[in-house]
Design a binder for this molecule. Structure first.
Ligand code: GLU
Length: 451
């Protein structure tokens, strides 16, 4: 049996970190088992589904390193849903109902008032052929419900352990709307069977659906996949993530300069008993992911954690991993500074790779802002420092030798000695170690930055 999983977004918006969690749980599970990953667009809602969102979702997944083995759209698969619906009708498991939304609502209120559970009373099951002819003559079109067995449906969930949903406590789900369009429930099951899905890993908002869906799997002759329902992600204030929270979309996180593995590591590891560690690649994260470690309570997503993790990841990136991106930022040989050495020197001070461009400008062209406090620096002190600049060649011992000589000549030490020099050379009061930065800046540029 080849493990086959699917990620099934509705293309009605951009995907966010919560969707990434689901996509990656599936992708990493496939990696762990040498399996296959299907991207299934649940686009049965024709009004709200958009091709642009499908393209954006594919782009976002590729950026994360997810390469689907197969991509399907539910809107292309009407025929197999209709065939499955016909089979269910022939078995008497799918039956026509004619109530309007208002009638159902009134019935629901009456049930609640009597202290009864507000489940569909199956009145349509007792309609005669004559009643139906009559209702259709009135211009009513039926919607179709799946007749549940009404029994405890049990499965062993890879996250939650043994689960039972008593389908007697549920309304028979509507599978086909009065306008003939599909609700999510049936196409999802038909596709899972047809695409050979062995594991359904999705959010815990689908636990109740699973009870009804297992009955549909069984009615259609299965097989029933293994299920895993993971906790959901909310904001730090407890608000559910939705497609409206644009700032947490994958696209905006990418534009903000986060590494894909920062987003992936956080999306997978929050709300688990595992330490949140920025894994350098997906196989590393896959080797570490265990669905049984997903916690029972909602995960809280704090965007600040992205900065912390991204910095840790960037600090560990080799030059080879960023060479092309640095070149695109203008960091390349030609300015008399070796970009590979430059990267080694600045990366411990970066939160995002793109910030290297600022330090490159500082090294090559000079301070890019007038620093507060620079004015306070004593020009006579800086002029003295310039006179004491050692001759080249420079290496990592130059800074210590130079500042020692300046200290002796001026009587300054500590911050008073070092800060004016840092400000004069970089325009910033903190940054990469000067003993490493100084040889990159070199004698000519250093001398030009001192009065
Ligand atoms: N389109 C459904 C959703 O986004 C898919 C759920 C599932 O994985 O079955 O919630």
């Amino acid at each position: 049996m080849t493990v086959t999983v699917r990620f099934a977004p509705s293309p009605t918006g951009l995907i966010h970190i919560g969707n990434v969690r689901s996509a990656l749980h599936n992708w990493l599970f496939a990696l762990q088992h040498g399996g296959r990953f299907v991207l299934r667009f649940d686009d049965t809602d024709r009004e709200r589904s958009r091709v642009e969102y499908m393209e954006a979702i594919e782009r976002d997944l590729r950026w994360l390193g997810v390469e689907p083995h197969r991509i399907v759209r539910q809107s292309d698969r009407d025929g197999i849903y209709a065939a499955a619906a016909d089979r269910l009708k022939a078995m008497g498991r799918l039956y026509p109902c004619y109530e309007t939304a208002d009638e159902l609502e009134r019935r629901r209120k009456r049930q609640l008032a009597r202290g009864l559970p507000p489940i569909y009373d199956r009145a349509a099951l007792s309609l005669t052929d004559e009643d139906r002819v009559h209702l259709e003559a009135e211009g009513r079109h039926p919607h179709w419900r799946f007749r549940l067995d009404g029994r405890p449906v049990t499965w062993i969930d890879l996250v939650r352990g043994e689960q039972t949903v008593d389908t007697a406590s549920l309304s028979d789900p509507v599978l086909i709307r009065a306008d003939g369009t599909w609700l999510y429930t049936l196409p999802s099951v038909v596709d899972d069977i047809d695409l050979g899905i062995t594991h359904v890993i999705r959010g815990e908002d689908h636990v109740t659906n699973t009870g009804a869906q297992i009955e549909i799997f069984e009615a259609l002759g299965g097989p029933v996949p293994t299920f895993a329902h993971t906790n959901l992600i909310a904001t730090t204030t407890g608000e559910a993530l939705s497609k409206r929270l644009g700032s947490l979309s994958v696209a905006s996180l990418r534009e903000a300069g986060y590494e894909p593995m920062t987003v992936a590591s956080l999306a997978v590891l929050i709300g688990t008993s595992d330490e949140i560690h920025p894994w350098p690649d997906l196989p590393g994260l896959a080797a570490h992911m265990d669905l049984a470690h997903v916690s029972g309570s909602t995960a809280r997503f704090d965007p600040h954690e992205l900065d912390v993790l991204n910095a840790r990841l960037v600090h560990a990136l080799d030059y080879a991993a960023v060479e092309d991106r640095l070149a695109a930022l203008g960091v390349n040989a030609g300015a008399g500074v070796d970009p590979a050495v430059f990267w080694e020197v600045v990366r411990p001070n970066l939160t995002r790779v793109a910030e290297a461009a600022d330090w490159w400008r500082i090294v090559v062209e000079g301070p890019d802002r007038s620093p507060a406090g620079r004015e306070a620096a004593d020009p006579a002190f800086l002029a003295e420092a310039r006179r004491l600049l050692p001759p080249e060649p420079w290496d990592e011992t130059t800074w210590a030798a130079w500042t020692k000589a300046v200290g002796i000549a001026t009587g300054r030490k500590g911050r008073e000695l070092f800060l004016p020099l840092r400000l004069a050379l970089t325009g910033r009061d903190h940054g990469p170690e000067l003993k490493r930065l100084l040889p990159l800046i070199g004698w000519r540029r250093t001398s030009a930055r001192l009065p």
